[in-house]
Write a protein that binds this ligand. Structure first.
Ligand code: SF4
Length: 414
């Protein structure tokens, strides 16, 4: 029994489908195409060009495209029927083939430090997590968005990386994570004065965004569109483990900020911590960073560096890092390791992290320490989906146990 087929409590997916009904492959295929289980297409996630094509095929003008776009992305309407200045006839026509959806929220947790995490279920039953991290000092914050269900990479310090890749998220599934966050804080319509609580997007959730680049690009273009969600490219950061061929392309086509999951100063150590380094070694990665369009004094690349006790946290590592990044306009972000069950690593003690930061500072690099947020709800770096997947597995085990008349002790786990 798979999690996908047993995810029936939303009512969207039923494992008891008739033998001549839709199969799991149908559901997955539809989800990939942004379609609901009834075959209609979600308007959320279509590019402006695609929306224009649909409306002009119905004989509508460009002005109508603006109106529909405004309803969806500026006002956050959740049904076609809610577009009150569009004629009833057109609304009814659109509803035959399209809908405006949101993923189903299957968990909604707030941390003691106000970090907010949502588990969202998509049409095929797959789930991804999204986190809002409020700024400590100002009334704004970043929404950390997932790009894949699971991850193909196996960075050794990352709990998310222990969950195999299930599939890429569609543009609609990516942008709707941000829209659900906005629903949660009532931040519709898009604030016209630029002051907003959900002010930034960071593509740092589950998955490697550059392995799903086309869909991420469509979603981020929607986010940046000035007549809709309207988040400036300066407030969007894309984080990658180092998919070199796509880095410069992302800079040219999107111009958003770049963060690199670096975590080691040399190839030997990085090969061990991040196997992707064997494919794209540090020399190539640094060359891509040097050529990244749009970096400036006010917009350096962020080098993410997880602090692993006795592994990558010695002063010589800091000095080697400073040498490695010469010529790349960057700063470091030091991340205390979040321990998870089964991991061999420990976090560097605070004094060691501060010393490491000081060595980088002495070598001319900013190196703030990113103190973990949302640890009590497992929303910190590298923890996404782990707990929710564990719970779903225990629910699936319990269901199997019930079906096979297994021990009440296992059923009680539910
Ligand atoms: S750090 Fe990012 S790329 Fe690496 S395994 Fe975790 S989610 Fe995947």
């Amino acid at each position: 029994m798979t999690d996908v087929l047993t995810a029936t409590d939303s009512g969207l997916i039923n494992s008891n489908v008739a033998s001549n009904g839709p199969t799991l492959t149908d559901f997955v295929g539809r989800a990939r195409a942004g379609q609901a289980f009834d075959g209609r297409t979600d308007l959320i996630g279509l590019s402006r060009e695609e929306l224009t094509e649909i409306l002009s095929s119905l004989g509508e003008s460009k002005f109508r495209v603006k109106q529909v776009w405004n309803w969806i992305y500026n006002r956050g309407v959740t049904s076609i029927d809610g577009m009150s200045n569009i004629s009833k006839k057109l609304r009814e026509r659109l509803e035959q083939d399209y809908y405006i959806g949101r993923p189903v929220l299957t968990a909604d947790q707030k941390s003691e430090d106000d970090t907010h995490k949502w588990l969202m279920r998509f049409n095929d039953g797959n789930e991804a997590e999204t986190v809002y991290i409020p700024d400590r000092n100002e009334d704004r914050g970043a929404v950390c968005v997932s790009s894949q269900v699971g991850c193909t990479l196996t960075c050794r310090f990352c709990h998310t990386g222990t969950q195999l890749l299930v599939r890429n998220l569609t543009p609609g599934e990516i942008i709707s994570q941000f829209m659900v966050a906005r629903d949660s804080y009532g931040e519709w319509p898009t604030p016209a004065n630029g002051i907003r609580r959900l002010s930034n997007i960071v593509m740092m959730g589950m998955g490697e965004p550059l392995f799903n680049y086309e869909n991420v690009r469509t979603a981020l273009k929607i986010a940046m569109d000035g007549e809709g969600i309207s988040i400036s490219r300066r407030r969007i950061t894309l984080s990658t483990s180092g998919v070199v061929p796509e880095i410069v392309r992302a800079g040219e086509e999107l111009g958003v900020g770049l963060a690199i999951s670096l975590h080691a100063p040399d190839d030997d150590l990085r090969n061990e911590l991040m196997p992707i380094n064997k494919k794209y070694p540090l020399k190539e990665l640094m060359a891509a960073c040097r050529n990244y369009p749009g970096i400036s004094n006010s917009r350096p690349i962020t080098m993410e560096y997880v602090m692993l006790r006795g592994i990558n946290d010695q002063p010589e590592h800091a000095r080697a890092l400073a040498k490695l990044v010469q010529g790349v306009h960057c700063k470091f972000n030091l991340i205390p390791f979040n321990k998870w069950p089964g991991s061999d690593y420990e976090c560097t003690p605070t004094s060691g992290i501060k010393k490491f930061a000081a060595t980088l500072n002495e070598n001319g690099y900013e190196a703030p320490i990113r103190w973990p947020r949302g640890r009590d709800i497992l929303a910190a770096c590298g923890q996404l989906k782990s707990e929710s997947q564990r719970l779903r597995k225990s629910r699936a085990c319990a269901r199997e146990a019930e079906e096979t008349d297994a021990s009440p002790a296992i059923s009680a786990a539910e």
